[in-house]
Ligand binder design. Structure first.
Ligand SMILES: Cc1ncc(COP(=O)(O)O)c(C=O)c1O
Length: 362
C-alpha cells in the first residue's frame, strides 16, 4: 500500500501531513546542521533552538507564563503515573478520580507510593460518564487531586477541569492535550503521552508549575526527579531528540496553520458532531458507549448492529481506507480516534461510510 489512509488509530495516531512532509524534507539534512536531527548532539545549537521553540510554542498555545516549566520525559504517560506519585505522594495522601482504564492504572501505580484514594469511580456503570464536582469525595489532607480529562478507551471527556477547592490539580491529558482551550493556570501539572495529539510515542510532555518543585521528595533516582529534569531542561539524559523535533513541528502547525486552540476546538467539535450525528440518527443501529453529556470529542466509541455486522463494518471500513476503527481489546466495539491531525474529510468519509453501511446492512 502506498496511499495514505484515514487513520483512526488511538495512538500512535495520525500526524499532520505537512509535518510529515517537513520531516521528510529535513531528514537527510536539517537546515544548517549538516546532518539529520537524529544525528546531531542534543546539546548542539540547532537542537537547542528546536527544544526552546517547542517549549515556547506549547506555552504560547496554553497562555502560560514563566511560572510553568515544559518538560519532555521518557516512558510516555505511563511513566508519569509512577513519577508524579514518587515526587508528590511519597507516603502521604492523594485523591484520584477513577473514570476509566487509564485513570485506574494511574491510581494503581500511585498506590505503591502512598495512600492514593479513589474519590469517585465510574466502574460499576462501565465508565460511561465523568463525575460532577458535587460527587467528588475530596480529602482536605490530600497532596493533590489527579484526574484524566479524556478516557481514550471508553471515549468520555470532561467539559472542564474539576473544582478541587484549591488543591494541586494534576491532569492526565494524554488524549485531549492541546485539543481545545483550557484554563491552564488552574493546573499544578498536566501531562500527556505525545503519540495522540502532538507527535510520536515514547515521550510525555509535562507542564509543571514552578511551586510544585518545592514538594519534590528527596533522594529520587535522577531521571525520575522533576527537579533534576527542570534543572537540566529535559537534557539530563539524551532525550528522544527526533520526537521533540516532531512535537515542535506539530505545535507550530497548530499555531500557524490551524490558528490555535480556539480554532482547533471548533474544528474538533464539528468533526465529532459528524460521527455522533450518524450514531444518533441511526435508530439504534449504531450505539454510542458514552452518556451524551460526556461524549469525547477525541475518541468516538460505539457498537454496530450485531457482532457479525460489527466485524463486517470494521473489515469493509478498512478496505475503504478507513483504518484503525477496532475498539480497544478491553471493551470491544468500534472507536474512531479523531485527534487534531485527523482532517474533517476523514470524519466526513467515515460518516458517509456509516450511513451507507447501515443502508445496506441495517
Ligand atoms: C489517557 C491515557 N493515559 C495514559 C496513557 C498511556 O500512555 P503511554 O502509552 O504513553 O504510556 C494513554 C495511552 O493510550 C492514555 O490514553
Amino acid at each position: 500500500m502506498t496511499e495514505r489512509v484515514f487513520n483512526f488509530s488511538a495512538g500512535p495516531a495520525t500526524l499532520p501531513l505537512s509535518v510529515l512532509q517537513q520531516a521528510q524534507a529535513d531528514l537527510l539534512c536539517y537546515p544548517g546542521a549538516g546532518a539529520s536531527v537524529m544525528e546531531i548532539s542534543h546539546r548542539s545549537k540547532a537542537f537547542a533552538k528546536i527544544l526552546a521553540e517547542a517549549k515556547a510554542d506549547i506555552k504560547a498555545l496554553l497562555s502560560l507564563g514563566d511560572d510553568y516549566h515544559v518538560l519532555f520525559t521518557p516512558g510516555g504517560a505511563s511513566m508519569q503515573f509512577t513519577m508524579l506519585a514518587m515526587n508528590f505522594l511519597a507516603g502521604k495522601t492523594a485523591d484520584y478520580t477513577n473514570v476509566g482504564s487509564w485513570s485506574s492504572k494511574a491510581l494503581k501505580d500511585a498506590q505503591r507510593f502512598g495512600t492514593a484514594r479513589s474519590i469517585w469511580s465510574g466502574k460499576a456503570d462501565n465508565y460511561v460518564r465523568m463525575p460532577e464536582d458535587s460527587e467528588l469525595d475530596l480529602d482536605p489532607a490530600a497532596e493533590y487531586v489527579h484526574f484524566t480529562s479524556n478516557e481514550t478507551i471508553q471515549g468520555i471527556q470532561v467539559a472542564t477541569e474539576p473544582d478541587v477547592k484549591g488543591k494541586a490539580l494534576i491532569c492526565d491529558a494524554s488524549s485531549d492535550f492541546l485539543s481545545r482551550p483550557i484554563a491552564a493556570d488552574k493546573y499544578a501539572m498536566i501531562y500527556a503521552g505525545a503519540q495522540k495529539n502532538v507527535g510520536p510515542s515514547g515521550t510525555a510532555v509535562v507542564i509543571l508549575r514552578n511551586d510544585m518543585l518545592e514538594r519534590v521528595s528527596e533522594g529520587l533516582p535522577s531521571l525520575l526527579d522533576y527537579k533534576v529534569m527542570v534543572e537540566n531542561d529535559s537534557l539530563y539524559n539524551t532525550p528522544s531528540t527526533f520526537t521533540i523535533y516532531i512535537i515542535g513541528l506539530v505545535v507550530k502547525w497548530l499555531r500557524n496553520e490551524i490558528g490555535g486552540l480556539e480554532k482547533v476546538a471548533e474544528i474538533n467539535e464539528k468533526k465529532a458532531g459528524l460521527l455522533y450525528d450518524a450514531i444518533d440518527s441511526s435508530g439504534g443501529f449504531y450505539r454510542g458507549h458514552a452518556e451524551k453529556a460526556w461524549r469525547s470529542k477525541m475518541n468516538v466509541t460505539f457498537r454496530v448492529g450485531n457482532e457479525e455486522q460489527e466485524k463486517l463494518f470494521i473489515e469493509q471500513a478498512t478496505k475503504a481506507g478507513l483504518d484503525g476503527l477496532k475498539g480497544h481489546r478491553s471493551v470491544g466495539g468500534c472507536r474512531a480516534s479523531i485527534y487534531n491531525a485527523m482532517p474533517t474529510e476523514g470524519c466526513q468519509a467515515l460518516r458517509d461510510f456509516m450511513l451507507e453501511f447501515q443502508r445496506t446492512n441495517g
